[in-house]
Design a protein around this ligand. Structure first.
Ligand SMILES: NC(=O)c1ccc[n+]([C@@H]2O[C@H](COP(=O)([O-])OP(=O)(O)OC[C@H]3O[C@@H](n4cnc5c(N)ncnc54)[C@H](O)[C@@H]3O)[C@@H](O)[C@H]2O)c1
Length: 344
């Protein structure tokens, strides 16, 4: 391709290493032109492995100014998502920002407004939308064979971010992460249940607790009850204290059966139908785990193709904001011990 989309990474930590940089390097329409991290050795290591021609920076403003990339991925601690995204949009870049897109609705609104004003694409990397079992589940749900969705259960948990990003101390500092397990994991499932069901959350009640993690001011466990605008009910939970196994499952109980995603080891997607009575085990690859070296979700390719107008963005800024609103409402519900209504 003559004119590739020139992309840069801002933040070269774990998610850049496992997902964004490999994905961009596999994308024929993209060229990685710069890698930026406060710790230059991290950017250099990724350049050596995936993008030998990329320029290395420690200051993202300097990088934006000198390299003028067409697009950037913002893979930084959560409190930097909004300011860095806005700076990149204003520098003329399309932006794929990590989840949660921001730390407040006001920040999310500003990011969305800036993208509009600058006529740039703003996408949020709600990457669970691209997990193969979730892509297939969406197809199955949309086919209508399950009937009306009645009850949804979603859970995401592991042993904690210290086992994922050994240098990522910010995950435990409220000022930098905004939330604990809710922002890290809960927002994934908040987004996924909206995406799969096509329904919006109307009300939420929640608890969050810090049960085990020391030296932190964020929650390590979070449970919530949801009611959707059409009366469908559900639960949404996240944990950083799971032992012996991770959890990354979503179950949809529907009028004509149940769809189980990531719940049964070795069977990523299973439907148990009432009529005709049968069990369907779908032949799809399992969801990625933190232990997989390269996730291969093609998020970089999807983002670049959306920039080129070849497909729709997989999670536009407005969608990212709705998932953020759910976890903010959950926090409010937990703090006030009351059910919180979301405005639509
Ligand atoms: N979509 C997913 O599945 C997924 C998975 C994990 C993390 N994430 C998100 O990705 C983001 C990054 O998480 P991570 O696990 O890679 O964290 P990490 O701590 O491993 O990486 C963050 C990197 O940002 C760098 N950094 C910090 N401040 C900087 C600055 N001002 N300029 C340049 N670099 C700076 C750090 O040096 C570090 O290398 C978070 O928002 C997290 O929620 C998403």
């Amino acid at each position: 391709m003559a004119n590739k989309v020139r992309v840069a990474l801002i933040g070269c930590g774990q998610i850049a290493k496992h997902l964004h940089v490999p994905d961009y390097s596999f994308c024929p329409e993209a060229e990685i032109v710069a890698l930026c991290d406060l710790i230059p050795s991290k950017a250099k290591a990724l350049a050596e492995r995936w993008a030998p021609n990329a320029k290395i920076y420690t200051d993202y403003r300097k990088m934006l100014d000198e390299v003028k990339p067409d697009a950037v991925t913002v893979a930084l601690p959560n409190y930097l998502h909004a300011p860095v995204t806005i700076a990149a949009l204003e520098a003329g870049c399309h932006v794929n920002v990590e989840k949660p897109m921001a730390c407040s609705v006001a920040e999310a609104d500003k990011m969305i407004a800036t993208a509009k004003r600058c006529k740039r694409l703003l996408n949020v990397n709600q990457s669970q939308r691209r997990f193969p079992p979730h892509v297939k589940a969406k197809e199955v749900i949309d086919s209508g064979i399950l009937g009306k969705i009645l009850h949804v259960t979603a859970m995401f948990g592991h042993e904690g971010p210290e086992f994922w990003s050994p240098t990522g101390k910010w995950f435990f500092r409220r000022k930098e992460a905004r939330f604990g397990a809710m922002a890290d994991l809960g927002v994934h499932k908040a987004d996924l249940v909206r995406y799969l069901t096509g329904k919006e959350v109307a009300e939420i009640s929640a608890f969050f607790e810090r049960l085990e993690k020391k030296n932190t001011d964020v929650e390590d466990n979070f449970v919530s009850c949801l009611k959707f605008t059409d009366g469908t009910v559900g639960t949404l939970c996240a944990s950083w204290t799971l032992k012996g196994m991770d959890a990354n499952y979503t179950i949809l109980h529907c009028a004509n059966g149940t769809l189980r995603i990531g719940e049964i080891p070795g069977k990523p997607l299973v439907a148990n139908l009432v009529n005709p009575g049968c069990e369907i085990v779908f032949d799809v690859p399992a969801a990625v785990t933190n232990n997989d070296e390269t996730w291969g979700l093609d998020v970089g390719g999807a983002f670049v193709r959306a920039i080129l107008g070849l497909e729709k963005p997989y999670c536009p800024g407005e969608d990212g904001k709705k998932s953020l609103e759910i976890i903010l409402a959950a926090e409010k519900a937990a703090l006030t011990k009351r059910t919180v209504r979301l405005k639509h």
